[in-house]
Design a protein around this ligand. Structure first.
Ligand SMILES: [Zn+2]
Ligand SMILES: [Zn+2]
Length: 344
């Protein structure tokens, strides 16, 4: 089978790899019909997250089950399925609490040895551990492009909003309008936000946010704090979402929040960062952050997608072949694309 592998910073390859087969009784093998390129793949591509050269990358996928071990009961060979970006055991302390993203045995597709040595899904076939939890049948009528979002990007955008406890009538600021930020914009609206203020510096992304009903604010050509003040009678927003993952965004989020507001951080923070703790304390800010519980939100997200209330279709800007992976990564790295969907 063909697989997209990491080679060195800035370079991927399309290589021949042996076809995977189920090893554990609850493993399945999926023929990948569509796999997305995600912002976290970009961290690998740029060498900020290190993995072994030759490792298959990718973690968003929709496909068809082609083999399943004897203990796989929730999906069958021939089923059209989507996967979550990581697997979970289903029985450890954290899984029993429903915190699947913190599973003691969690393995993330396409992230090398450090995150469980699970080969990625930008390939013709993928081995899926704990298939009863990791896979879900695609509901009737959902396209590959839409279903692809449930197991990672939309699950994360949705988590950013529900994990912050957003209430109907709230005002929400989303900082960073990549696919996760735009999914947070949609999720905030679905959760009942009266206003969503969407902040970025890329005009095309601000335009997508506007089309989703948000108020776009250019981060540098406009004044986000003034826009938020005007929208909230000077109070600040109830919820601010960091969909980027750096200290400047956290700082802006804290400043945009009202007293006793919630900062929801779903952007990946990989490094030590300085924050104004005095301001967080003085404003009674609640900080909610970390990996999203995509597995825990999967049924809700699929229902909302099935009903058309969460529709990430406008975020898919490119369809490309696995063999064009290098061009796809180059395009994504230069912000020419929102979501690129690869297929064999
Ligand atoms: Zn991802
Ligand atoms: Zn577990």
């Amino acid at each position: 089978m063909l697989a997209v592998t990491f080679q060195e910073p800035g370079r991927v390859a399309v290589e021949e790899r042996p076809d995977p087969e189920p090893v554990a009784p609850d493993d399945a093998v999926v023929r990948v019909d569509a796999s997305g390129i995600c912002g976290s793949d970009l961290h690998i591509f740029h060498g900020r997250v290190q993995i072994e050269p030759g490792f298959t990358i990718g973690h968003e996928f929709v496909g068809t089950v082609v083999a399943a071990g004897d203990d796989v009961t929730q999906v069958s060979v021939g089923d059209r399925v989507l996967g979550t970006f990581h697997s979970a055991c289903g029985h450890c302390f954290f899984c029993r609490k429903g915190l699947f993203q913190k599973c003691d045995e969690a393995r993330v597709f396409g992230h090398g040895k450090a995150l469980g040595s699970l080969q990625g899904t930008q390939a013709e076939l993928a081995l899926v551990p704990h298939a009863n939890l990791t896979l879900r049948r695609v509901p009737e009528g959902l396209s590959n492009d839409v279903a692809l979002f449930a197991g990672d990007v939309m699950g994360t955008g949705y988590h950013a909003i529900v994990n912050a406890g957003l209430q109907p009538g709230d005002t929400c600021a989303v900082i960073g309008l990549g696919p996760v930020g735009l999914c947070a914009v949609m999720s905030a609206a679905v959760a009942g936000a009266a206003r969503v203020i969407a902040i970025d510096t890329v005009p095309e992304r601000l335009e997508v946010a506007r089309s989703l009903g948000a108020q776009p604010v250019h981060a540098t050509e406009e004044d986000p704090r003034a826009a938020v003040k005007e929208a909230t009678e000077g109070r600040g927003v109830d919820v601010a979402v960091d969909a980027v993952g750096n200290a400047a965004v956290v700082d802006l989020g804290v400043r945009l929040l009202r007293k006793a507001g919630t900062l929801s951080m779903v952007g990946v923070h990989a490094e030590r960062a300085e924050v104004h703790m005095g301001l967080i304390w003085f404003k009674n800010i609640t900080v909610a952050g970390g990996h999203a519980n995509v597995m825990g939100h999967l049924d809700a997200v699929l229902s909302l997608m099935g009903a058309g209330r969460l529709d990430p279709t406008p975020l898919v800007t490119h369809h490309m072949k696995l063999s064009e992976a290098q061009d796809a990564y180059d395009a994504y790295a230069s912000h020419q694309a929102l979501k690129i969907v690869l297929s064999a």
